[in-house]
Design a protein around this ligand. Structure first.
Ligand code: PLP
Length: 295
């Protein structure tokens, strides 16, 4: 068992024979320099990735993450990933970490070494950060202008707003800006004043009895956690809705959360310096669901 596990993967074409799967990846030391400096990932952030939660040995929602990886690859014109290969790689990596506790399992696919005809892949599993306090007490969030109007994803597909690309430098800059402003995290707002998403999370709010989230067409990444929560709530007969939300709508919500695969549901306790109501009961229910084994 190891707390950190890294595999270097030779991404196979979709029609590769299954006999090649086991030999298509190997464990490496994460600092071994196995990733070439002339790969398009370190060069340009030109690749796509997914981060999956491993909870007590169970990898959460493998298929939704693989479907989104395939969609991100399509949007960035990378070769279609061989999902059979990635399923095996994910299973093997998860088997190497302790069967108790939370881990973050990242899979990535880059355009490969310049000139980029052969993709590179890797898997990196690390212990999950301790999210107990943010899940229970909540987080302070500031709104930050993303500088593009709602719907920019459809008008300007080259912005790749619906793909989970390796180009996260501006997302990280937004989190640093939030910290500079004394908060824990940020919510991006469109230039025309609509709530979009966090730099690494989806935004959900409870307005009356309805749980709402901005539509993916607003120009955001469609969150697997948000989809899973919507499916869970719908299964309970509760109302969910994709809805455009202004910052005032979010400020006036009965409760709101940032949600993502490893963090799960973190209630927003403060928005731009003003307290927000935290629904502790709903938060505990959502996190109990999100931490339970999900496929
Ligand atoms: N939006 C962005 C920009 C993200 O980076 C993430 C996750 O990292 C999410 C939303 C939430 O996605 P998921 O719930 O699949 O983790």
């Amino acid at each position: 068992m190891a707390e950190t596990v890294t595999f270097l993967v030779d991404p196979l074409p979709v029609d590769a024979s299954t006999e090649f799967l086991e030999a298509s990846f190997r464990e490496i030391e994460p600092g071994s320099g196995a990733l070439a400096v002339n790969d398009f990932a370190p060069h340009r952030g030109d690749g796509v990735f997914e981060t999956l939660a491993v909870v007590d040995g169970h990898v959460q929602e493998v298929e939704p993450h693989l479907a989104r990886l395939a969609n991100s690859a399509r949007l960035t014109e990378l070769p279609e990933p061989n999902l059979e290969q990635w399923r095996l790689v994910i299973r093997r990596a998860a088997e190497r970490v302790p069967a108790e506790g939370e881990f973050a399992l990242k899979i990535a696919l880059s355009r490969g070494v310049d000139p980029g005809n052969t993709p590179t892949g890797w898997v990196h599993v690390t212990p999950g950060a301790d999210f107990a306090a943010s899940r229970e007490r909540g987080i302070r969030v500031v709104t930050l202008d993303r500088g593009v109007a709602r719907g920019a994803g459809e008008r300007s597909p080259w912005l790749l707003l619906g793909a989970k690309t390796l180009s996260y430098a501006s997302n990280m800059a937004a989190i640093r800006e939030a910290k500079r402003r004394g908060a824990d995290d940020a919510v991006f707002v469109s230039a025309d004043g609509y709530v979009l998403e966090g730099p690494t999370s989806s935004v959900l709010a409870r307005i009356g009895d309805v749980i709402v989230t901005p539509p993916p067409a607003a120009g955001i990444l469609h969150g697997t956690t948000q989809r899973s929560v919507f499916a869970y709530l719908e299964g309970q007969g509760r109302a969910v809705e994709y809805r455009d939300l202004t910052v005032d709508d979010l400020r006036g919500a009965d409760a709101a959360w940032l949600m993502s695969s490893v963090r799960m549901a973190a209630p927003i306790a403060e928005l731009d310096g003003t307290s927000m109501p935290v629904d502790h009961e709903a938060t505990a229910e959502l996190n109990a669901y999100l931490l339970s084994p999900r496929d």
